[in-house]
Write a protein that binds this ligand. Sequence first.
Ligand code: ADP
Ligand code: MG
Length: 451
Amino acid sequence: MAVKPIIKINKLNVTYFKGRDNEIRSLKNVNLEIYPGEFVIFFGPSGCGKSTLLYAISGLETEIEGEIIVDGQDISSLKSRDLELFHQQKIGMIFQAYYLIGSLSVLKNVILPQVVNRHKSNKERKRRAMELLSEFGISREYNRYPSELSGGQQQRVAISRALVNDPDILLADEPVGNLDSKASEDVMKLFSRLNEEQKKTVILVTHNPSHLNMAHRVFFIKDGALVSVKKNRELGEKFVNKDAPDNSLEHPLTQDFRILQKAYPEFSADVAKPIFKNYKAREVIFEVFTGMTSDELSSLEKYVDKLLESGINDKEKMFHYLDENVKNGGLGLDKRTALKLTTKIKSIINEINELGLEGRGGDHISLEAMILKLNSYLTHEFKVKFKKAEARQRFEDRIRDRLEGKIKKEQFKMLINAAFSKGGVGIHIRKAKKISDRLELLLLGRQHNEN
Ligand code: ADP
Ligand code: MG
């Protein structure tokens, strides 16, 4: 390719607490090139090093080894004053938490970074700031304070601020992580527009799979290493926003998975194909959906167990747990993830209630009626196909056995998985596990409702 990369990274290592027992290798031997006018996404589970990589490119990361060449200049060789100038003139940064200055008006927030340009008069600075605010539809808010604005509006102010010195490169760290889906979509479109119309090089960090196809290329990161690169389209080729199908009636998990499959048809639930070969299927699915690590996940599982035992309808309480800092006994997720998870868990719990296993008005429905309901729900939900009528009967019988406590969860799973010729139902092990997990959840919900 004749075009020179605008960013070139050679053997980049970032290590915290080097040489101590708590040493963290945040980035391991990362090599990459990004071209002018590209829109790239850094994608990967939380803690994998996405932010570190972004900060390294921005010149803000200090613990680096290796070369980071931005616009022909090795930024690790820059002295602090030059680095500051480099950062202010070439790089625009946008963060999940906006980082606006609360005591300054919207206009002043956007004016502020221009002080590096001594040639500009105050009037010019103000004009430039207003120009951006109106471009992003927030000029009427110019005299208000950040806290008076919606999240989407605050992020637009932050984007205006990032653009005020007309940098070539925009770095955005989970910029829509705190926004609801409508505002997220609007802000993501803004990045696309800045890339297409103003030819900005955009590097965006996300763990939301629905964004992946907006980029020219996606860099997959895992445990500090760049594990693969996926090209969606050529540089210069336009991003076409195919209308999303109406998935509003689907279970949110299915919906997320659809999005992932649509973006990467080669990735299926059953087979983790090349692009995800370095991820374990379970991990990737959970981390893609939630941005959580396995440890966080097992902590969450324990908590949900507790909730199921002690009272499952407390959405507030669950949200606080997810949102609360780790040192206060919570999971320390960002608000939006916490909210998303709460909604997901809640929707499964709703299924329990909608199934009406406890009967209307608190009346207990008969065991047989309950078995019928569970049978048709599970068959339908997990698209179970019975090759023989006898298999259908066995499935029902195992549900009965489980409800009567004759078998445990593990046995239920094994019996519906066993081959038909061996007295089982012949359901694939993975599906059998999902069905038994869901059945347990439904049963827990029912026991709970009976109390
Ligand atoms: P991501 O953005 O993908 O969630 P990060 O780049 O923030 O991941 O973090 C990568 C790893 O480096 C994590 O283990 C994190 O705890 C660690 N880390 C990041 N910044 C620092 C720091 N300033 N000091 C010590 N460890 C850090
Ligand atoms: Mg991060």
